[in-house]
Design a protein around this ligand. Structure first.
Ligand SMILES: Cc1cc2nc3c(=O)[nH]c(=O)nc-3n(C[C@H](O)[C@H](O)[C@H](O)COP(=O)(O)OP(=O)(O)OC[C@H]3O[C@@H](n4cnc5c(N)ncnc54)[C@H](O)[C@@H]3O)c2cc1C
Length: 498
């Protein structure tokens, strides 16, 4: 079945648009999750929206499932590899990688799936740095569109990457095209600036789903402020978290601090630079003594709180920094870390970079904390209520420690909820550790479900199980899938939608 399909694609798109070699299958099947690599049947590289339409129609005729991906850098969530074996990876990013338009006055760029954070940052620099991107702390070669469609997020005021998309161009499972928002009116001049147009808002259908393949969209961009001043505080004890969260809530509820505020565990910080001391297979969680030593060495404390102000000059920002100092220092526990110190500390510089729209590779150091390359994200939301955040800390620390892993957690705080980023780094080459990791993830999901805090963005290994907990959503999304994609052309099983 697949061979006939690949032949048909070759004859329409050219022989060099398809790769079914062992090498390509290994490369595109690789991921860092505990379930093992998942081999696709092959890879296709379209060059245009018309190519994507052709591939989708041929997939329907030949009964083939496609796995669309932009740049495949979803590290710890599945990378390029499909949700099910033998789906065909549609790698949009390789050839569809242009910035199609930049509007500096209205603040947006229209991009194809292959435009990475690094590329968009460079484009802004070439144009005189009038606009600032909102990046991630992850791979600079991640794609702006792929990240947004998976509801990834950043740290600047434009952190809600999916919310910053406008005017999506989508290839539907029958090969037709849908333009969202005002874009559905042919010739609309407002396609990239007005989302609240006529009829239902359809954009949401195309995030964390398999109802369409997005071939371009505008991403809104913030004017780059003339001055950015970052600040941080370290706190000595794990138990300082409730007090920190309650202060941060006030700072975000009033929007006094324009960036999101990060509350980063010591281990999440130092593991970007350090490796597990004396690691050997079978080790348990790092001891508290070793952790304290690394926290001291890297200047993180048990918690690092960080944020940034934007304004016309460093001098103008000084009184604002003074005000956050007064608030945190009133606890009697906070140690202030200035912008200058942040610039020279590689662990803390990550925060400044992410608040400034500068792609950084430094946080990828987390992936080497233990050998063997395993990493999996667990992403529940935590209310901005100190007492509940403390309950979450205790729960996660207990379960991670029982399974032999470190508490690598960063709360990325808004006014009401924080993204509680948990990364579990494990030795994927060691079967016992991999199996402990699987049990640990299941125990965490079960524990958070029990107290009413479900996970959000989910690694491909767990997406079908995760949907099985949600019968109401499963029924509704299944009905939509049946109506839009009865032949299962686009990624059946993605986020449990089939
Ligand atoms: C240390 C570290 C730090 C990280 N920090 C962050 C962070 O701060 N914020 C964050 O959000 N993530 C973070 N990540 C996670 C991840 O690496 C990034 O989100 C990355 O940008 C996602 O990969 P991508 O952009 O290449 O998307 P892709 O891998 O291309 O795609 C992601 C998902 O979207 C779907 N998709 C992609 N393109 C399309 C399309 N055109 N049409 C339909 N569906 C599509 C894919 O099927 C896939 O499910 C981090 C990872 C690591 C290891």
């Amino acid at each position: 079945m697949s061979e006939k399909f690949f032949d048909a694609v070759r004859s329409e798109l050219g022989a060099d648009s398809v790769d079914t070699s062992d090498d390509a299958i290994a490369r595109y099947g690789f991921n860092r999750l505990p379930g093992g690599d998942r081999a696709p049947a092959g890879v296709i590289w379209p060059s245009s929206v018309e190519d994507v339409q052709v591939v989708v129609r041929l997939a329907g005729q030949h009964g083939v499932g496609l796995w669309p991906t932009s740049t495949g850098q979803n590290i710890g969530l599945g990378e390029y590899s499909p949700v099910r074996d033998a789906q065909v990876v549609l790698d949009l990013g390789r050839r569809m990688n242009k910035v199609l338009e930049v509007n500096e006055k209205l603040g947006y760029a229209v991009i194809q799936p292959g435009v990475t954070f690094r590329r968009l940052r460079a484009e802004m620099a070439e144009r005189g740095d009038k606009l600032m991107i909102s990046g991630t702390s992850g791979p600079p070669d991640g794609g702006v569109l792929g990240n947004a469609l998976d509801r990834g997020a950043g740290y600047t005021p434009y952190f809600d990457h999916f919310g910053m998309l406008s005017g999506l161009e989508v290839v539907l499972p029958d090969g037709d095209i849908l333009h969202t928002g005002d874009g559905t009116f042919a010739g609309a001049k407002t396609r990239y600036i007005n989302k609240s147009g006529f009829g239902p808002m359809l954009e949401g259908l195309f995030s964390q789903s398999n109802y369409g393949i997005v071939t371009s969209a505008a991403i809104w961009l913030l004017p780059r402020p003339p001055a950015i001043c970052a600040w941080a505080f370290s706190f000595p004890d794990d138990g300082d978290l409730p007090e920190i969260i309650d202060i941060v809530r006030g700072l975000k509820a009033t929007n006094f601090v324009p960036t999101l505020i990060k509350v980063t565990s010591g281990a999440y910080g130092f593991a970007t630079e350090a490796t597990y001391p004396g690691y050997e297979p079978g080790v348990g969680a790092l001891s508290d003594t070793a952790r304290r030593e690394l926290e001291r060495e890297h200047g993180t404390g048990a918690w690092t709180v960080s944020g940034a102000f934007y304004g016309p000059s460093a001098d103008a920002l000084e009184p604002m920094v003074r005000r956050v100092r007064d608030m945190f220092e009133a606890t009697g526990k906070a140690t202030y870390i200035s912008h200058e110190e942040i610039v020279h500390n590689p662990v803390l510089k990550i925060h400044l970079d992410t608040f400034s729209g500068e792609p950084t590779e430094s946080e990828l150091g987390l992936l080497d904390w233990r050998p063997g390359g395993g990493a999996t994200w667990l992403l529940p939301a935590t209310p901005m209520d100190g007492e509940i955040a403390q309950q979450h800390q205790e729960l996660s620390r207990r379960i991670l420690t029982e399974h032999g892993f470190e508490y690598l957690v960063e709360f990325v705080c808004g006014p009401r909820a924080a993204r509680a980023l948990h990364i579990i780094v494990y030795n994927r080459a060691d079967d016992a550790e991999r199996s402990r990791m699987r049990d640990c993830y299941a125990a965490l999901v079960e524990a958070y479900d029990r107290i009413g805090y479900p996970i959000s963005r989910t690694p491909t290994d767990y997406q079908e199980q995760a949907m099985d907990r949600l019968p109401e959503l499963k029924k509704f999304t299944g009905l939509l899938k049946g109506a839009l994609d009865p032949q299962g052309v686009i990624a059946p099983g993605k986020y449990g939608i089939a």
